[in-house]
Ligand binder design. Structure first.
Ligand code: FAD
Length: 402
């Protein structure tokens, strides 16, 4: 006896979009989250043009835009203080010429509501403790809710649990926390000179890592830092202090934040960027979004990739549900994720240690400020719209050297 056709665990962007698309196809979907919504999620709140493109395809851009602050360009600031800005120009990239900044409390609730409006049943405060298995096949989940433990069965279980790896451990997919970035953010009211831009800052003190200023309105910004491959526990313990030292150590930000006041507590969380490090599909199960390690290893952006993987998951799941939800029917999901993201992740990971050094960034950003084609290429690679392998083309080196 099944409780649903599909159980989706996690109502972040990955889970809610998967649930919405499958419910739109007429499947009985049960969406579970340990949190009660609307809930906060520690994030930079930045929606890249790539995320906007996916929202357009899902028919959700206008709903998001009604609540969000629109941004029209990106700005990169080198450790030397030199910077360049580049509009999200349709001539440079085929994506929409805009991004948005929208805190996750409204964004995730909006996406969850869309899943419910499409017909999904949503259960809040439902912490999934384990997966039910029949041999090697996943047949349901064990849920703890309000002190009671229950089991729910379905033909397909989709894990969209973000960076929480407990269930993936149960499935034997992950053994160590594979965190590659630790990120910390706060909100400041009264920030001066806020532009409609996603601003990225690189400083010597923050090496290896980056800072960001993403405006949530004309006066307020989500400000944070991401640190690559660091001691997760240590950074999270001293989150507020690490962020404060970054802001104090950067001349431009110190000035712009002179009269600003923090609005909310500084909070941090690890980010998984380790795709492709484990299976994402098997008999009766799929893994979507950050739970599959799908976050850009350079910028830490993962909302766009969570929604894109959700679209692929929903297509493959729909075909499988029409017949058998066995490993063979679900395998095309893994293949399609690898085809779309595999080489991009390998390229970004190869590029990161070469490029993300203070000296290299000083040179790159100084040259890009004078040479728009180089600026466009750097921005495209950073935002995931241009192949990272274009960094190794003779034209890129020509622009840098001459
Ligand atoms: C500080 C920081 C800044 C970031 N900035 C950006 C940014 O500006 N732009 C961007 O695109 N990305 C950013 N990211 C990355 C982005 O937050 C994630 O990539 C994105 O949220 C992934 O979406 P998801 O749906 O896969 O998982 P999540 O959004 O993490 O959702 C997972 C859901 O699963 C639920 N859950 C987990 N375990 C269980 C369980 N056992 N039972 C039931 N429910 C469970 C959680 O409550 C949660 O609601 C940032 C991340 C951090 C930490």
């Amino acid at each position: 006896m099944q409780d649903a056709d599909v159980i989706v665990v996690g109502a972040g962007p990955g889970g809610s979009v998967t649930a919405m698309l499958l419910a739109r196809q007429g499947w009985d979907v049960l969406l579970l989250d340990r949190a009660r919504f609307p809930r906060e999620k520690v994030c930079g709140d930045g929606l890249t043009p790539r995320a906007v493109h996916t929202l357009q395809r899902l028919g959700l851009e206008s709903r998001v835009a009604n609540h969000a602050f629109a941004v029209t360009h990106a700005r990169l600031v080198a450790p030397s203080g030199v910077s360049f800005s580049l509009p999200f120009d349709p001539h440079v990239s085929p994506l929409p010429p805009r991004g948005y900044v929208l805190p996750r409390l409204p964004l995730d609730d909006l996406l969850r509501q869309e899943a419910v409006a499409a017909g999904s049943r949503f259960l809040a405060g439902a912490r999934v403790r384990d997966v039910l298995q029949d041999g090697r096949r996943v047949v349901g989940v064990v849920v703890e809710r309000e002190g009671t433990v229950s089991t729910y069965r379905a033909r397909l279980v989709i894990l969209a649990v973000g960076a929480n790896i407990a269930l993936l451990r149960r499935l034997g997919l992950v053994f160590q926390p594979p965190h590659e970035i630790v990120a910390v953010r706060g909100y400041w009211q009264g920030v001066e000179n806020l532009q409609p831009a996603l601003e990225f800052f690189f400083t010597r003190d923050l090496y290896p890592g980056y800072g960001w200023v993403f405006p949530t309105s004309e006066e307020e910004a989500n400000i944070g830092i991401g640190i690559y491959r660091s001691n997760t526990a240590k950074v999270l313990r001293s989150a507020a202090q690490v962020l404060r030292s970054f802001l104090q150590g950067n001349d431009e930000l110190r000035e712009r934040l002179g009269r600003a006041a923090p609005r909310a507590q500084v909070r941090g969380y690890p980010i998984r960027t380790d795709f492709p490090s484990h299976s994402v599909a098997g008999a009766g199960w799929l893994v979507v979004g950050e739970a599959a390690g799908l976050v850009n290893p350079v910028t830490g952006e993962g909302i766009d990739l969570a929604m894109e993987s959700a679209m692929i998951a929903a297509e493959v799941a729909h075909s499988a549900l029409l017949g058998e939800t066995d490993a063979r029917a679900l395998w095309p999901y893994a293949w399609r994720l690898h085809r779309r993201f595999g080489h991009v992740f390998r390229g970004l990971r190869r590029l990161r240690p070469i490029v993300m050094r203070p000296r290299a960034l000083d040179i790159l950003i100084r040259k890009a400020a004078k040479h728009p084609p180089l600026a466009a290429r750097i921005m495209g690679i950073t935002l995931g719209t241009t192949s990272p392998y274009t960094a190794f083309l003779p034209s890129t080196w020509g622009w840098i050297l001459f």
